[in-house]
Design a binder for this molecule. Sequence first.
Ligand code: C5P
Length: 339
Amino acid sequence: MPRDASTPAGARAVTAVAPAKINLHLGVGDVRGDGYHDLLTVYRAVDLWERVTVSLDDADDDSEVVVTGPGAPQVPTDRTNLAARAVDLLREEAGSDARIAIRIHKGVPVAGGMAGGSADAAAALVATDRLLGLGLGRAALEERAARLGSDVPFCIRGGTALGTGRGEKLATLLHARAEQHIVVALADGGLSTPTVFAEFDRLRAERDRLRAERDPADPGRDPADPERGLPRAGGVDPLVAALAGDDPAAVAGLLANDMEAAALSLMPALRRTLRVGREAGALHGMVSGSGPTCLFFCTDRDHAIAVAAEISEHGVAREVRVTRGPVGGAHIVDDPTGK
Ligand code: C5P
């Protein structure tokens, strides 16, 4: 097979990693015409990573996707896989006919509300850009990322960022540097993001109906009301201000997730997980994004290890991990062997 002209000589395989995200604040507005919800969110990248290797493949059969690590059997290996979509997007844009094999090693819970699939896409974009010698740069990669999913641009950028639009418009919060220690409790099974958004819409419609019955003059029902459609979790200014400091308790007191009620409605067993983590002394416990992973915010690493041990002992999570944030975004790693 003729080698694509844009492929730099010698680069046969490139490996990139991309981090999981959590939402320190996730405010959800009304559903938009395109089916997405307007969001006001504070993203934070945490120290759990997806690893994606893209390699030029001499095989004659279709380019393949191989997935390894926890939860791998639940991840599609056809061209709907988000990493494959990222590779296809850049290859098409480059007019390349290179066969590119994709290997993914999962380090982020699958369907856990931590953007594992989005991290695959982010890592694949960064790696494929290098493999094909495109030199697109961060801004161009983030623009391509937004086409693949709402969380993908953040998985490229990392750190801590304010997200608006459907989550793809980012403003980095440079001052939010204090290290945060978090226990991640994985649930049995996953939740599909669209299903949780649909449950969110149902619960909110129900709440609005009950309010209207109680108070027919409730201004929240007025379609002309400027407050209508705004995220319910409130503003982010106090949280953004607290993130400039170094007080984990102050930050923990300002965390919010509009999606939590919907995730709990679909998976009521999570209430017990949250209760156990809070009783174990976590500063705050909440569902991660659309769930079902639960997060427990702690004062320092020793505290996080103690809380994690308590949660494990109570058997209320499939697996418990200790992590920290913020960490950087997607980047090429030196070790191309995936170890
Ligand atoms: O953007 P992404 O493909 O990751 O989103 C997956 C699904 O989550 C969307 O199809 C939509 O149902 C829902 N979603 C949403 N509003 C957002 C982001 C995602 O309703 N802001």
